[in-house]
Structures are given as structure tokens and as C-alpha cells.
Design a protein around this ligand. Sequence first.
Ligand code: C5P
Length: 296
Amino acid sequence: MYGNGVLSVRCAAKINLYLGVVGIRDDGYHDIETFFQPVSLYDKISFRRIDEGIELSGSDKTIKWDKSNLCYRAAEELFKYVNFNGGVKIEVEKSIPVGAGLGGGSSDAAGVITGLNKYFNFGLCRNECMEIALGIGSDVPFFVFGRPAIGRGRGELLEEISSIGRCFIVLAVPGVKISTEKAFKNISLMLTRSESDYKLKNLLNGLNRFPELEVETYNSFTVPTEFFYPEVKDLLDLLKMGEGCLFSSLSGSGSACFAVFIEHKRALETMERVMSRGFSGLIVEPVKKTNDIANR
Ligand code: C5P
């Protein structure tokens, strides 16, 4: 344990450079194939020991900081796993937009598992932390895994991959929040596993020779999301047209979209255009880690 001090974890957002939904499983979930890329937009979580229980609070008042919150559930499951009777106060400073397909809630939950494992010296290995993480949500194991990765299965079968090369990414968020559960319900499975393998290979080839080669990305949620949320279609059209945009896509099941640029100046122009149309926008860069632990 870090004395009676405070431990902080920075939890990164992710974008999906590729996302193919390839089948329905017997457990009701879908099999996916995706490229998870962490980016430089962070929530910050701090931990302080208390005598008992889990006290959770956060800076975003639109979020429920109760027992249903992924951070609370992550701490609860971890404490159960290691039979811990002490307590912790968890404070979350949110910067990652909610319901946007940027993995904020999942990243925070992973930060709670890895952060508390370190804070209380539980000594769990990464695989044990990933096992707890999968009980919290399908994307949480990736954030415990910690590196850019190809995810398969529900997203928990992870294979490390090189990060996309240096670039500037405009993240643009429309005012709609999309529930992942509803998004999966609206999907019609038109993509077969072999088509997905082919598309993913194509993308990886493009990224290996990035930025010389054209990068063709794909997201199975684009068609249904554009249909149900016309503002997302407008945003994707706007990003595509940005001068210097190498490729653009929806992230996760939305609603955030992103566009990739080599020149910062071009990224800035597109971000300003996006913001002048009433969307929120920011520029991030690819990073190689999903979380950083610091004690202060
Ligand atoms: O795992 P998580 O709780 O994040 O998933 C939210 C919902 O999204 C699930 O209840 C399920 O309906 C859907 N989902 C799915 N297949 C996945 C991931 C999520 O069907 N691979």
C-alpha cells in the first residue's frame, strides 16, 4: 500500500481503427474483430484508503456515481476476488465524453482494477486482472492489457499490435449518446468472418505503409448509426471532406467520429469547421499505453 497517501491513475480513451461485427454467440453477445488504439485523452482517478466500503464520486454530475457505476463494480469485484475487507475512496475526474464509443467508462474500470491492485499490493498478474475486467464489460480487458491491440471474441482475446504512426486525430462528438446494447441490437450481420479478415488485413497493410498508402477502414455500426442519427452522417461527411484527411470513421458504436491527419494545421482547420457546426471537437494523438499510475 502507498502509506495512507493517494495514488492516481490516468486512463486513456480509445478509438477503433477497424470494427467488424462477425457473428452472434450463444451467450447473446457478438463476436467482433477490432483494432483498439489508445489516444491522448484522459480521465484521472485517485484512490485513498478508508476503513471500510467503497466511496465513489466524480466530476461529471450527469453520471451516476452509485453501485451501478463501472468503477464501483470493478472495485467491488476486485475486493471479492482477493477477499479484502478494507475500504477505498475513489474520485474520478472525467474528460472523456460519455456514450461516445471512446471507452471512457471501460478505461476507468480498468484503471480501478490495475490502480487498486497496485495501491493495496494485491499482487494479481495481468491475466487475473483481465479476468475480473471481463466480468465488468467487454472492452475492459483491453484497457487492462494496456497496449494497442487487435481484439477478437467479445473483444477480450487480445493480440498486441504496433500503434498507428505519428499523426493528429480530430475527435468529433455529436450531442447524442448511443447505448452499446441498443447499437448491437440494430446491427444486421452482413459481414462474414472471412470478409472481415480480408478488410482487417487491408487496413493493417495500409497502416504499415502509413501515410504513403491509402488506408481503408471499416466499422459495422456506420450504416445503422447514420440511419438512426442523421447528425452522425453529417459529421462523417464533414470529416471526410476535410483537406488532408487520410481516413475517417465512427469509433466503437458511436457517437464519436474521428479523422486522421499528418499535418497539425490541417487537423486544426477541420476541428474548427466541426466546432463551427455545433459539434464538440478536439485534437488527440495516438499513444502506446492505456493507463499510467503515479503516486503523489
Ligand atoms: O460488455 P458490455 O457490458 O460493455 O456490453 C454492453 C452490451 O453490448 C451487451 O449487453 C451486449 O448487448 C452488447 N455487446 C455485444 N457483443 C459484444 C459487446 C457488447 O452484443 N462483443
